[in-house]
Design a protein around this ligand. Structure first.
Ligand SMILES: [Zn+2]
Length: 262
């Protein structure tokens, strides 16, 4: 299995790194897309037994606090790693910023332009800002090799949007599906085109209901690990009425197809 979205370079898991990777391997997760969120993570190299595809990006949460010269560092990181993706980038409606989202919109635009120029696929975050994200991405979508919308949670009606009907678009379904309160996501996960669906933990974030914690983290938040991926595969398989191993194989093939656009 491939975990299509996690954060190996997140400082919170540094002391528990070996355990993070062991949990993945023990659960049958052998590969991952490792997203970064801020410039401090672009220099970090993680050696581990997983087959790692690296993504460099400035997450919308950090857009207003990054040093102004971050685009130069991002370009250099990407040029040093020709196989790297751009992510995690996007727009966020979960956390309000004093500038009304100005910095995150500018950071997204800068990174989409860079992705188009360097021919790199992008990994997109759009929590509670899906409409605005699609609006921002639309002018670039045809110029990018591929777009992976991670942690999707929008209303299934939005699948009719021209950007989301494109052949270079993929969708990441995560642990929010396991929440007993989830209403929209089960409907969306059942409606996504099956050849575009990938699975992800977003570990160490997005600790899933009923999942196994990595450790009891700072401020008593439960840190997630990629060994929880099979729970997500199981939930999607049930929703789609597909045997679990078959769904795992489909999601893996889809992730490889997304990565093959590089
Ligand atoms: Zn993430």
């Amino acid at each position: 299995m491939i975990d299509a979205h996690l954060h190996l370079r997140d400082a919170r898991i540094e002391p528990y790194h070996a355990r993070f990777v062991q949990e993945a391997l023990a659960a049958g997760v052998s590969a991952c897309i490792d997203c970064s969120a801020r410039p401090e993570e672009w220099n970090v190299t993680v050696a581990c037994a997983l087959d790692v595809t690296t993504a460099f990006g400035l997450h919308p949460w950090y857009a207003s606090v990054a040093y102004p010269d971050w685009p130069d560092f991002l370009r250099l990181a990407l040029q040093a790693d020709p196989g790297a993706l751009i992510g995690e980038i996007g727009l966020d409606g979960l956390r309000r910023t004093a500038d009304g989202g100005l910095a995150q919109r500018a950071a997204l635009e800068t990174q989409l332009a860079l992705a188009a120029r360097l021919g790199r696929p992008v990994v997109l975050h759009g929590a509670r800002a899906w409409g605005a994200l699609l609006h921002a991405v639309e002018p670039w979508a045809a110029r990018l090799p591929a777009l992976l919308f991670h942690g999707v949670s929008f209303a299934p009606d939005l699948l009719a949007h021209p950007v989301l009907r494109r052949r270079n678009v993929w969708f990441g379904v995560g642990g929010a599906l396991l929440s007993p309160e989830a209403r929209t996501l089960p409907r969306l996960a059942a409606a996504l085109p099956l050849d575009r669906l990938v699975v992800e933990t977003d570990a160490p974030d997005a600790f899933p209901s009923g999942g196994e914690p990595l450790v009891l983290g700072q401020y008593h938040a439960l840190l997630n690990h990629p060994g929880n991926l099979p729970r997500i595969v199981r939930a999607v398989a049930r929703l789609r009425d597909i045997p679990e191993p078959e769904l795992a194989a489909i999601a893996e093939a889809n992730t490889l197809a997304f990565l093959a656009t590089r």
